[in-house]
Design a protein around this ligand. Structure first.
Ligand code: ZN
Length: 662
């Protein structure tokens, strides 16, 4: 591992700034610490709120990420207040947290890392604590202590596993005092601690010890077969996709029983090598590489047999988690979601779940590191992890769950995957923004690729284009929950002047297009078995057509009838279908292009610049209707607030009495 310390960059920085500098170096190396993991500290002098100089420990606060840390993320603790607590025999986690809070130099600082006392009790100026892959491979096997001795001699103190907290902090401090020449400590099933007189020394030692372990395993990787060698062959890419297409809706439906999740797929070579190996089905079930991983990945992944039906295998996993919880639970606990977050499939790869794509990707990244640890550890002696009981203590430890509680409250559409067609028009853009603001994972589809980061091209009139676009959504996120079928066009001409191609074009976009998209979406929603909401943006013209709008009104009526059929055929699957009838939305509208405006004004025999006013005045509320108004109604129909509404028309037209639904 490369030592990235640069004297020029660190020059002129004070101790706290150097701490931030090295923390970012550590955080930017995923083999040292995964997202949010690891913690670092420095000891120096700071003034308190009354201007008195204090000996202060600056230690990483809970819930921040080293890679992007800033001085404010390091909690200042008054060391003269902290240190006397060492003399206590024991301390509960809650007492420890409350105690540390009373030692903070600033009441607004974040809660200090749960490993803060460990940093305080070690009498060295700078300390790094990481969960480096190569170090975990040393500690997580049946002969870990022997290997640590071989690689590090007496430079690192071996600390048998103790759960993080007050006791571990004391145990480490005592062992280190007995070995004054030590430059660091290696924590069984947990990670590495190094220290130094300054940031550079502490950081350089971390890199040095990790590199020694990495070199040892790199040599063995060449000499020995990994995890018993290959047992299964990776399927060709197209076959893997076909497997995902077939199984994604089922998997998502089952793992979402407790809480809706988004799926992500990982077929990196290292992942495939692992899932295809002879020993992976066994090794993967032993336990986590470090307690730090478990919060995101759970204790063990689900290892499936791809030839057998998946749903029962997933249910068995959840049943096992329930049993594990019942066996070890303590008063006041509640069970976490029992469904797997990491699913390993031989021949296929790894599927991870999360509340959004980013979270599912973080799980995948962490498990990639777990794979590296399991692989390397097994090259020396059989992989070994925490016992089930100790793992439970960590998985259900209130201090770790606190980290999760820092996440903001979820928005109404969080965890839902939504497709919006016609996303580049005024109404489409407003809908995309609204759904995304409310937490949905939104895919914006239109004829041309838009500026939206999740935009895709989609020609709703082409069966091929529709299939390809929805296939892409399925393979990217694992399913679909909301369809806003919004793409539409309009032609102004009296029936006698209307050309056949114009009539057919209106039918193709305004009727057939909605059918094609809806059909593909239903083919995913039904096997998911978790319902869904389909919203058709129709028009006031469905109920009250106007002259010279024959092609538009007729084709939109077909769309409205389609909506009712969708509602009728899919109620038993919990899938709802509703329509929104807007009227006269001009601002930024693709539908109301210059030609349509001009032609519409002509039909009503009014000057073109009065057209908007004409529409406004003809509604009961005398009000201008906008894309945002439609988006607000889409949100209602997409969310669970309308859970008991299907086959319905919601008007967003300022009130046009000829178009009252009846
Ligand atoms: Zn740790």
């Amino acid at each position: 591992m490369k030592n990235l310390w640069n004297d020029k960059e660190a020059k002129g920085l004070n101790r706290l700034e150097q701490l931030v500098y090295r923390s970012r170096l550590i955080g930017s190396e995923p083999k040292l610490c995964v997202w949010g993991g690891g913690n670092t500290s420095t000891k120096w002098e700071e003034k308190d709120f009354q201007g008195r100089p204090r000996r202060v420990l600056r230690v990483k606060g809970s819930g921040s990420d080293l890679k992007v840390s800033e001085p404010k993320h390091f909690t200042p603790l008054d060391l003269d207040l902290v240190l006397p607590v060492y003399d206590r025999e024991s301390m509960t986690d809650e007492d420890m947290v409350s105690f540390i809070e009373h030692c903070m130099l600033s009441p607004k600082a974040p809660r200090a890392s749960i490993e803060a006392l460990l940093h305080a009790f070690l009498d060295y100026p700078d300390i790094d604590h990481t969960h480096a892959d190569a170090i975990l491979a040393v500690t997580n096997n049946a002969r870990g202590r022997e290997l640590a001795k071989k690689l590090f001699g007496n430079e690192l103190v071996w600390v048998p596993y103790v759960k993080p907290g007050f006791t571990l902090s004391k145990v480490v401090a005592d062992l280190v005092r007995e070995n004054p020449k030590a430059r660091g400590a290696i924590l069984e099933h947990h990670g590495l601690i190094t220290w130094g007189e300054d940031s550079k020394e502490s950081y350089s030692r971390t890199i040095d010890y990790v590199t020694r372990a990495e070199k040892f395993f790199a040599k063995r990787e060449k000499a020995y077969s990994i995890l018993g060698g290959q047992k299964v062959k990776t399927l060709p890419e197209e076959a893997r996709k076909e497997w995902l297409r077939k199984n994604y809706p089922v998997i998502r439906g089952v793992v979402s029983k407790n809480k809706l999740v988004i799926l992500r797929y990982d077929d990196k070579p290292e992942v495939l090598e692992f899932v295809n190996s002879k020993l992976a089905p066994k090794v993967s079930q032993i336990g986590p590489a470090t307690p730090d991983h478990m919060l995101r990945t759970k204790r063990v992944p689900l290892f499936v047999d791809p030839k057998k039906p998946l749903a029962p295998q997933i249910e068995t996993y959840a049943e096992n988690h329930r049993r594990y919880y019942e066996k070890h639970k303590q008063p006041g606990m509640f069970m976490l979601d029992p469904y797997p977050v990491v699913i390993l499939v031989p021949g296929i790869g790894m599927i991870t779940t999360g509340k959004d794509a980013i979270c599912a990707d973080i799980v995948a990244e962490i498990y990639e590191h777990a794979i590296q640890v399991q692989k390397d550890a097994s090259l020396w002696a059989p992989y070994k992890s925490l016992s089930e009981k100790l793992a439970f203590e960590m998985e259900y430890w209130s201090m770790e769950l606190y980290k999760l509680s820092l996440a903001p409250n979820e928005k109404p559409l969080a965890r839902k995957i939504a497709l919006v067609t016609g996303a580049e028009g005024a109404i489409g853009r407003a809908i995309v923004k609204k759904l995304r603001d409310q937490g949905a994972q939104v895919i914006a589809a239109d004829l041309k690729k838009g500026s939206d980061p999740f935009s895709i091209t989609l020609d709703v009139t082409s069966e091929k284009s529709v299939t390809a676009a929805i296939d892409k959504i399925l393979l990217t996120f694992g399913g679909i929950d909301i369809l806003v079928s919004n793409a539409g066009i309009a032609t102004v001409a009296s029936l006698t002047d209307l050309k056949l191609e114009q009539w057919e074009k209106n039918l193709a976009v305004n009727a057939t297009g909605h059918f094609l998209v809806t059909r593909e979406i239903l083919r995913i929603m039904r096997p998911q078995g978790i319902g869904g909401s389909i919203i058709f943006i129709t028009t006031k013209n469905v109920l009250a057509p106007g002259k010279d709008f024959g092609a538009y009104s007729s084709s939109k009526s077909a769309q409205a009838q389609l909506c009712r059929i969708v509602a009728i055929e899919n109620g038993e699957f919990g899938i709802r279908a509703n329509m929104i009838n807007p009227d006269g939305i001009f601002e930024g509208s693709g539908l109301w292009n210059e030609k349509v405006r001009k032609d519409r004004a002509e039909s009503y025999k009014i000057p073109e610049n009065e057209l908007e006013d004409f529409y406004r005045k003809r509604n009961l509320l005398k009000i201008r209707v906008t894309g945002e108004d439609v988006a607000e109604s889409v949100l209602f129909l997409a969310s669970d607030k309308s859970a008991k509404t299907t086959g319905c028309i919601l008007t967003v037209d300022g009130g046009v009495k000829e178009a009252f639904p009846r």
